[in-house]
Design a binder for this molecule. Structure first.
Ligand SMILES: NC(=O)c1ccc[n+]([C@@H]2O[C@H](COP(=O)([O-])OP(=O)(O)OC[C@H]3O[C@@H](n4cnc5c(N)ncnc54)[C@H](O)[C@@H]3O)[C@@H](O)[C@H]2O)c1
Length: 152
């Protein structure tokens, strides 16, 4: 028996790193998981490896309305939605700030701020009609102290 038997989760940024570990732990503890990412090859491979309790959906979290397909997949395949983990990240803009490329800065802000906001909103919309749910956002010490990652 797992610690979260029957829980239905969606994890974004689940193809790699912390998101992949979360997805694996959730399944090990009895949950179902819709993994989502923009790295479809790695995401699909991990979902296949995790077996019948996992599915994969392509989601770019910076795109408004994209996450909804993963939330709907959890409902159609696993009967509902209890947990959404907003987790994607990129290394940010490194090197000298004097030469910082603003396309790179905009991309970082889009993933770490806009993407998390869209994820919270989409999850809340789905969970309000359920009457319950958990939204988990991965943070970083880099958000509160300089020099741990890119400037942005
Ligand atoms: N690794 C660390 O030491 C550390 C420490 C503290 C916080 N974090 C945070 O944890 C989170 C995950 O980091 P990680 O180390 O596992 O990184 P990672 O690079 O291993 O994984 C990030 C995943 O996010 C995906 N991704 C990137 N942009 C995306 C987008 N627009 N839409 C959907 N998916 C996207 C990538 O394809 C990748 O699979 C990040 O938010 C990071 O800031 C990491």
């Amino acid at each position: 028996m797992g610690r979260i038997d029957g829980t239905r989760a969606v994890v974004t940024g689940a193809a790699s790193g912390i998101g992949a570990s979360m997805a694996r732990l959730f399944v090990d503890e009895g949950a179902t998981v819709v993994l989502s990412d923009i790295d479809d090859d790695r995401g699909r491979a991990l979902a296949t490896d995790l077996g019948t309790a996992a599915r994969y959906a392509h989601v770019d979290v910076t795109v408004e309305g994209a996450l909804e397909s993963a939330l709907e997949l959890s409902a159609s395949e696993f009967g509902g939605l209890d947990v959404v983990c907003n987790n994607p990240g990129n290394p940010g803009t490194t090197g000298s700030i004097l030469e910082a490329d603003m396309d790179s800065v905009d991309r970082t802000i889009a993933i770490h701020l806009r993407g998390v906001f869209l994820g919270i909103r989409a999850a809340a919309r789905a969970m309000v009609s359920n009457g319950s749910g958990s939204i988990i956002n991965t943070g970083s010490v880099a958000g509160i102290q300089a020099n741990y990652a890119g400037h942005d």
